[in-house]
Design a protein around this ligand. Sequence first.
Ligand SMILES: [Zn+2]
Length: 122
Amino acid sequence: MAPLKIEFSTVRDLERKTHKIFMYAGFALLVGLVFAVLGISIIGAPVIILSMLVLIGAMIYVSILGKEPTRSLFCPYCASKNEVYESRKSFCCDICRRPVVIDQNGEPMPAEPIDTTARYNH
Ligand SMILES: [Zn+2]
């Protein structure tokens, strides 16, 4: 497994998993700018350059990952719309996080039986 491999099956899934990279790089950029403003550019300059490179790299990486066509599938549990990448055979709903499998007709099916007895246990 490649160290940068990100498991994702929907557009929101991808955004959620790559969001941290942007957060950390953005924070590093801010720290670099603070050093630069304080006149410590020996630290500031490399930090700014590095974090900019990470930001640009992450943007390119995410756009490559997200290039695959998606289709809109509705969650069989909560009816939320999920933008699912076409090659995926299953995904977790963005909203309720429950597993959904896609059958041979491309229809989303619940991966686990909907438990109708659960409500009586409360
Ligand atoms: Zn759902």
